[in-house]
Design a binder for this molecule. Structure first.
Ligand code: L34
Length: 299
């Protein structure tokens, strides 16, 4: 039987509507409109597309959004200066510096320079630590948070189940396992992490009742690697050349969709799976950040 397709596009629409209602309530209550600033360094077409999607989605729910475009040649100090300015800006509740950054910029230092209360990506060490400690009122990275929502809202609660995470990045894998391991909604899972150095990978991935894949390699997970009946979450968004398509490329996930859809009980598509959820959670984080009030205090 073919796997059920879990639509991130649809679920993200629902979440955006919920966020929009929340923003409207805040305005009615006399609160300032939440503000998001996105920082895009350089000209990478995929990054540019994601950032403009983020700003558009923010505006649609009533969040004030501002995109700052900076040249790829920017110095580390100059970029720090921009972040400092946004930290101090009372209209800005959330700051997002799109990754990857050019080589001359020290990414870790830039992420640490963002005020933790304005860190809507959840990449600041304070938020990383709070997530791992299970401290409430933490800003949680958007992609893993979106995956938890996908699982819970589609009726595949990870609680008590064996989840295999393939990938150990700071953006997806590491925060994902913190959420799955945590107590309460979306957590309480048994977690195994696999990565590029894992031996007998297929044996490990086949243990997963839920299999989450974030490795950035098109079609990396094939049907033989999936436990029959598993729920498969495909985090990869890879552009592969396709001269027959209008844009000259098409998007494929890290999972071989055709093959795996015959083995899994449910799976997310690419596009239209995790990607739209990432953006929806960014909006939700921006509203949370506005409520903590760091923007109002000027950082
Ligand atoms: N700071 N950098 C920072 N935060 C992030 O959360 C990200 N990421 C990743 C890259 N760099 C980042 C994103 O936003 C990846 N990413 C992201 C977000 C959204 C989508 C894909 C990646 C998305 O919506 N993808 C659509 C297709 C978009 C298209 O047509 O190109 C989808 O349906 O999957």
């Amino acid at each position: 039987m073919a796997a059920e397709i879990i639509s991130g596009t649809e679920m993200a629409r629902t979440i955006r509507a919920e966020v929009g209602e929340e923003v409207a309530r805040m305005k009615e209550g006399g609160a300032r409109v939440p503000g998001l600033a996105t920082v895009l360094v350089g000209e990478d077409p995929a990054s540019r597309a994601y950032v403009s999607m983020k700003n558009r989605a923010a505006e649609e729910v009533g969040i004030l959004s501002r995109q700052i475009d900076l040249p790829a040649s920017i110095s580390h100090e100059e970029l720090l200066g921009w972040v400092e300015g946004l930290n101090a800006d009372p209209e800005v509740d959330g700051i997002l510096v799109q990754l990857p950054l050019p080589e001359q910029v020290m990414e870790a230092q830039i992420l640490e320079s963002i005020h933790p209360y304005k860190d809507v990506d959840g990449f600041h060490p304070v938020n990383v630590g709070r997530l791992l400690s299970g401290t409430p009122d933490v800003l949680i990275p958007c992609t893993p948070q979106g995956i938890i929502e996908l699982l819970v809202r589609s009726g595949h609660d990870p609680s008590g189940r064996h989840v295999v995470m393939v990938g150990r990045s700071n953006i997806v894998g590491k925060p994902m396992i913190s959420l799955l391991l945590g107590r309460g909604r979306g957590g309480d899972a048994t977690v195994t992490v696999a990565h590029s150095r894992t031996r007998d990978l297929a044996e490990v991935t086949r243990m997963g009742e839920i299999l989450i894949v974030a490795v950035g390699r098109p079609g990396f997970v094939t049907a033989e690697m999936v436990r029959p009946g598993a729920v498969v979450i495909d985090v990869g968004v890879n552009r592969v050349d396709d001269p027959s398509s209008e844009k000259g490329y098409r998007l494929v996930g890290d999972v071989d969709f055709e093959g795996v859809s015959r083995v899994a009980s449910a799976m997310t598509p690419v596009p239209g799976g995790v990607g739209p959820m990432t953006i929806a959670m960014l909006l939700s984080n921006t509203v949370s950040a506005a409520k903590t009030g760091a923007g109002g205090f000027g950082g």
